[in-house]
Design a protein around this ligand. Sequence first.
Ligand code: NAP
Ligand code: GLV
Length: 311
Amino acid sequence: MTNVIFASTHDTTPQEWIAPLQRALPLAQISNWKDNAPPVDARFAVVWKPPHDLFLRETRLEAVFNLGAGVDALLQLPGLPADLPIFRLEDAGMSVQMAEYVLHALLRASRGFEQYQVQQRQRLWHPLPDIERESWPVGIMGTGLMGTRMAQTLAALEYPVATWSRRGKEIAGVHAYAGADEFPAFLARTRVLVNTLPLTPATQGILCRKTFEQLLPDACIINVARGEHLVEKDLLSMLDSGHLRGATLDVFAQEPLPSSHPFWDHPAITITPHVAAASLRGATIKQVAAKIQSLLNGVVPTGAVNRELGY
Ligand code: NAP
Ligand code: GLV
């Protein structure tokens, strides 16, 4: 019997994951993590924000499946063996949600919906100047599953779109920039900067004053990746100085965002509670079960995390 442990400090109803996972893997024994219990000697762990002692207790793991795209928190856990394979979630319905989220944030600015909302409250009938897409060049950091779908969506709507990533990626109708050398040129043509990078030592704090200063005037920031990418005080000071026009933030260094945080009341900041793209349960379980089955059949599935790069 193959033991699989489900370990999430995030889910209050783990059975909603465990029951369908058990149905998808009838020959395995799926159990829920219990604090202060003996190990179940699991071969596989299915996790999201797992308890800190997961790897100290379950020492026979052969692979870990992360129920999200980002593995930054998982890689910080104590006792994580350096050679334990980790598989991240690949899309599973998230990239389309990300594209919707970014499109919504872009349209609020580019189509003047923010101003029309204010006007409605004042009973004002005052059409704004026509939209000029060339005035809204979008720059997407990261051309993985999330960034690629966004770039394709916004390019199809005829916004000027460029991407920036480590290696560069060709996407029809989109200008690709790659590596640290091309970062300044990417920023210099960008007014709407979207962050979809994984959080790694190389990307932490990348949304900082130096980056913002290189953008086109009246720029917007959309951060859907991780809060630690953003240097919060730099964002606040550049919004207050008028260098930046606004920010749409889905992720924060501290979540939930503390009620005393200055972002809540800032007129130029729009906040959502880390919901830009949810791991949809059906698609996620189907993917994870197929990957476990693949390993059981001796075939390494896709989505392995490169431990050196951290994503
Ligand atoms: P992915 O497929 O692994 O793509 C990562 C992209 O970032 C790749 O294009 C990669 O470049 C690029 N990259 C990594 N390090 C870089 C560096 N130092 N410089 C330049 N580019 C770099 O990841 P994904 O599935 O698109 O997800 C991205 C992130 O979104 C996740 O890590 C997670 O933090 C976040 N996320 C948030 C939510 C939410 O609800 N807010 C939901 C899902 C995901 P290469 O192509 O050259 O490798
Ligand atoms: C969500 O934030 C994810 O990484 O999937």
